[in-house]
Write a protein that binds this ligand. Structure first.
Ligand code: 3H9
Length: 704
């Protein structure tokens, strides 16, 4: 079997897994492992080592097999064979031992790992919990508290920390195979016996009363709406009262219930969508890319500073340019302050701070951008200012430099057209705060060269962003979809919902923030300016009327202490404002809108279905490559709940016919309101797929 190789080296039987790219536990790997373990019971070996080829130890179950019937042997059968081996079995870990991969290591009798390796149980990130003994073995080896932290959050830990926790026995520096063989020979010399984790006792030492409930409460907030972390806590708690086999049964039961849930299906969809989004359909994967060793950023405001930090964090030198020397100094100070916050949170040390700051050089002179490989413009959102910046860059920058705009809305082609090198111009739309948000919309202009796009997609990975390709249109993918979402939120107010009801309904549904609280956070002046600059919208007197009123009253949101809500000056705590509720009533009356009681179900449909509808148009026009790309934009850039998989995945789960019919009902509910008909016109792709009984995912697959 090619996935598994078995050979004897001295006293040691070496089982090597070779299943690129991440040695996932496919059927072939499971069968090969079991065969090798069974075979080795009767040969001359005295101990067995399980080691992997390639970039990592086994990174988990093969996620692509989930949802299909399990082919024997199951992972449970394989781990049982390993644990029952009469000869000691040693896992030799490099890269990442994750999920079922780490569970395989835990079923071994001893574990060694390279000092650079990581181990973890990230199943909750896929809406799952460890399904093959992870919740039962980690508490036995490392205690309840470590198990709760590792399993309910899902972040991997370093080999060193795993050793401290008792999950790894021996850390190796240098050559893993050499080190693992030497360790195994040593165990043979010591006549070490198979040490089975299932036989270990879970200690209740140091477990304060209420620990499990405090995790339940914490996770109900931190992983709001997610079922898997709560199931994981139950399974870990069960180790204190149940036998190993009883615990395994409970774990499998909960694992299967998660696996078959829409939540896990949505989160697995996002896992693959995130990886697929980085691939550009019509550009060859081996397209040569341009070398980016230095970057210029224009504008030292919040956005420019945040963007600069991304590059400094990745070890790439930045020239941060602002023509206003004071603004530049302020910008550099804000960057330093942000790094200091990271130090306070234990994520950075002083040396790293100084290293990163030394990579950022301030400048007030465009000539300092002559030699940079990439320039990102992050100036005020005004097409004329942007055009003049690009005209200057065209004069100054070296041939082959990539010229990028961080615009959120403007026409990248019009900006490119002021240069003599539109092939080198691209949009790189970062999201605020740019040093935190994972999303990067890469905007392809009509003339952008393929290698410029390929370079941008690769660069996104280097600076730890998730990239999604978008075509040129107003607002690209994310902000374009937001137009009708925001409109509906304000229509709901006129029709009788309070800001509190709209926001709390959406937050309970899973959004990181409700739309009105989001407006207050972003600043109501920003939205106002954007709306005033738009000439393409119908002249609807109801459109964002409440926002406009608030702006005109000087209520700009959090920054002025009041917007849709009132904010406490010290704590920034949000409070409902009865004056605003009264104001909305008066305005509704003036506009002839009859107020009524609005259900939560209606609020959700009124807000999420416009996203789906516009998403369908974006797909049809080729602005986004795939429905999954839109989902990635919303999950990583707009606080859409990951357990709902993004708007297009959610639509598939609801059923496109249902979405289409509801949109038609909203369109037709007030024949006198012509704007209703315009905003709720169903997208033709949605209508087509609804009639054909298809999903967006099926439509996308048929185009591969
Ligand atoms: C589990 O184990 C359940 C068990 O408890 C119980 C079972 C009964 N399967 O991320 P990359 C693909 S649940 C299939 O770009 P990196 C990925 O799609 C699992 N495919 O690489 C991509 O494909 P492509 C628990 C997988 O170096 C390629 O590999 N484990 C899997 O940046 C490269 O991936 C996890 O959740 C998989 N398990 O990062 C770990 N994993 O090239 C999930 C990856 O076609 N994996 N692929 O786009 C990871 O976190 C990262 O992939 C890893 C490598 C850190 C390993």
């Amino acid at each position: 079997m090619t996935e598994i190789n078995y050979e004897i080296d001295g006293n040691i039987g070496v089982i090597t897994v070779n299943n690129p790219p991440v040695n996932a536990l496919s059927h072939a790997v499971r069968s090969g492992l079991k065969e090798a373990i069974d075979y080795a019971q009767n040969d001359a070996s005295k101990a067995l080592v399980i080691i992997c080829e390639g970039r990592t130890f086994i990174a988990g179950a093969d996620i692509t097999e989930f949802g299909k019937p399990v082919q024997a042997p199951s992972l449970y059968d394989v781990l049982k064979a390993i644990e029952n081996s009469q000869k000691p079995v040693i896992a030799a870990i490099h890269g990442s031992a994750l999920g079922g991969g780490f569970e395989t290591a835990l079923a071994c009798h001893y574990r060694c790992a390279l000092d650079t390796a990581k181990v973890g149980l990230p199943e909750v990130k896929l809406g799952l919990l460890p399904g093959c003994s992870g919740t039962q073995r980690v508490p036995r080896l490392a205690g309840i508290k470590t198990a709760l932290d590792m399993i309910t959050i899902g972040n991997p830990i370093s080999a060193e920390n795993a050793k401290k926790a008792g999950l790894i026995d021996f850390v190796i520096t240098g050559d893993l195979k050499k080190g693992a063989l030497a360790y195994a020979e040593e165990l043979v010399d010591q006549q070490a016996i198979p040490r089975r984790v299932r036989d270990m006792k879970v200690t209740s030492d140091g477990i304060e009363p209420g620990l499990f409930d405090s995790y339940r409460k914490k996770l109900a907030k931190k992983a709001r709406g997610q079922l898997a972390p709560q199931h994981a806590i139950d399974c870990i708690e069960a180790t204190m009262a149940m036998t190993f086999d009883e615990g395994l049964k409970l774990e499998l039961d909960r694992f299967l219930s998660c696996l078959n849930s829409p939540q896990s299906s949505a989160m697995r969809h996002l896992f693959f969508a995130e990886r697929e989004a980085g691939k550009v359909r019509d550009i060859a994967r081996d397209t040569p890319i341009r070398d980016i060793k230095s970057v210029g950023i224009i504008g030292a405001g919040t956005m420019g500073g945040g963007i600069a930090m991304n590059f400094a964090n990745a070890g790439i030198g930045v020239t941060l340019l602002d023509l206003n020397g004071e603004a530049l100094d302020r910008g550099l100070q804000v960057i330093r302050k942000n790094y200091q916050i990271s130090i306070k949170r234990g994520k950075l040390n002083e040396t790293q701070l100084e290293e990163r700051m030394s990579l950022i050089t301030g400048s007030t002179n465009y000539d300092d951008l002559q030699k940079v490989d990439l320039v990102i413009e992050a100036v005020f959102e005004d097409i004329n200012i942007k055009k003049s910046v690009f005209a200057q860059l065209d004069q100054i920058c070296k041939p082959g430099a990539i010229l990028a705009t961080n615009t959120s809305y403007q026409d990248v082609d019009a900006i490119a057209a002021v240069t003599n090198r539109p092939q080198d111009v691209i949009g790189l739309h970062f999201f605020s705060p740019a040093n935190v948000m994972k999303l990067l919309e890469v905007v392809r202009g009509e003339k952008t060269a393929d290698d410029v796009i390929a370079t941008a997609m690769k660069l996104a990975r280097t600076i730890n962003k998730v990239s999604v390709l978008a075509g040129v249109c107003y607002g690209f993918i994310g902000n374009r979809m937001l137009t009708n979402y925001i409109r509906e939120a304000q229509m709901l107010l006129l029709e009788g919902a309070t800001p509190e009801l709209v926001d709390s309904t959406m937050q309970t549904w899973g959004m990181a923030m409700g739309p009105l609280a989001m407006g207050d956070l972003a600043g109501l002046d920003i939205g106002y300016a954007v709306r005033k600059a738009r000439t393409d919208l119908p002249d609807d007197p109801k459109y964002c009327r409440i926002s406009d009123l608030l702006y005109e009253m000087g209520r700009l949101g959090q920054k002025s202490g009041a917007g849709f809500y009132q904010y406490d000056a010290q704590t920034r705590a949000r409070n409902s404002d009865p004056d605003i509720e009264a104001l909305i009533k008066v305005e509704a009356e003036r506009l002839g809108v009859i107020q009524r009681t609005i259900s939560e179900e209606e609020i959700i449909a009124r807000l999420i279905y416009p996203l789906i509808n516009e998403g369908a148009r974006i797909l049809d026009e080729g602005i986004a490559q795939r429905p999954g790309d839109i989902d990635v934009v919303y999950a990583f850039g707009y606080g859409f709940p990951i357990f709902r998989g993004g708007p297009m995945c959610f639509a598939d789960q609801v059923g496109l016919k249902e979405v289409f019919d509801t949109i038609c009902q909203f369109r037709d509910r007030d024949p006198d309101d012509k704007f209703n008909g315009i905003y709720w016109e169903p997208a033709s792709l949605l209508e087509r797929l609804a009639n054909e009984g298809k999903t967006f995912a099926e439509w996308s697959k048929s185009r591969d």
